[in-house]
Design a protein around this ligand. Structure first.
Ligand code: B12
Length: 228
């Protein structure tokens, strides 16, 4: 096994250990909000449901059981902790259900002709893929005609575009208009420092300031398309 793989396992183990301690402390304190926050952090850290169950929830309950046996906590404390753990399992199930429900939806990502900055686009793709969306990544510098052809072929539910250079606004606008004229129901989410005021009033286009907003913005566009 390589050093890098070792390091990443070590890091994962240390994250898991920290979350396990935080979750056990939340159960001991009967603090449902802290317990939920810890599990949300675990999900954000991309720990799997199995890792969360085996590495965080089960050990915390074992600890509580041991404390109860030793008479250090009451049976009521133990019951409260179990109830909180059961509610957290429901939260996990809901998160899995939402991710599953996104699997049937496609998001196509590209930058317009002339735009070669793609780091934010890749970030958006990772976040959307992680949230369950099916990704069609075209990458940088996609001419409007090629974008239209790809949209008609893949029929994405949402098209995400990134613009860094304000000088390329015309190309982005042209791409949006060409796609909309070929497919009037097309839904866009665009972001990037190059976005000016022009696109803000364009129907079918949502604007994001930060990449962390992308999943929410795409969810909203998918819902809007379903209402059309
Ligand atoms: C890396 C880089 C490059 C790389 C890009 C490599 C690649 N594969 O991406 C290379 C070397 C190719 C490059 C080339 C050029 N670059 Co350059 N580049 C940068 C640099 C250093 C970092 C850009 C970056 O990745 N940022 C990190 C990302 C994560 O941040 P972000 O793009 O701001 O995105 C955030 C938000 O805007 C938002 N977001 C962005 N897009 C999207 C999309 C969606 C859907 C969502 C939800 C959110 C979202 O989320 C992100 C995080 O919150 C910047 C410096 C800077 N200040 O940004 C210059 C910079 C962008 N480049 C610049 C320039 C001028 C150029 C060149 C013209 C240089 C040259 N003379 O050749 C060329 C043009 C290339 C082209 N035609 O596109 C200028 C742009 C100035 C301007 N306003 O026009 C900058 C600002 C540098 C500078 N200070 O002068 N560049």
């Amino acid at each position: 096994m390589g050093q890098r793989e070792n390091d990443s396992r070590e890091l994962r183990r240390s994250i898991l250990g920290e979350l396990e301690r935080a979750f056990a402390a939340a159960l001991l304190a009967g603090d449902e909000i802290a317990a939920e926050t810890t599990i949300r952090e675990a999900m954000d850290a991309r720990l799997s449901s199995a890792e969360i169950d085996e590495g965080i929830i089960a050990p915390a309950l074992w600890l509580l059981g041991a404390l109860w046996e030793q008479g250090e906590i009451s049976v009521a404390d133990e019951h409260l902790a179990t109830e909180i753990a059961l509610r957290v399992l429901a939260l996990q199930r809901e998160a899995d259900r939402v991710a599953q429900s996104r699997r049937g939806y496609r998001v196509l990502l590209a930058t317009p002709a002339g735009e070669r900055h793609v780091v934010a686009l890749r970030m958006a793709s990772n976040l959307l893929g992680g949230a369950g969306y099916w990704i069609v990544m075209l990458g940088a510098d996609v001419p409007a005609e090629a974008l239209v052809a790809s949209v008609l072929r893949h029929r994405p539910d949402v098209i995400c575009m990134s613009l860094t250079m304000p000088a390329i606004t015309v190309e982005l606008m042209d791409a949006v208009l060409q796609v909309q004229s070929a497919w009037p129901d097309a839904q866009f989410v665009v972001g990037g420092r190059g976005i000016g005021t022009q696109l803000r009033s364009q129907p079918g286009v949502g604007i994001c300031q930060r990449v962390s907003e992308v999943v929410e913005a795409v969810d909203a566009r998918v819902k809007r398309a379903e209402l059309n």
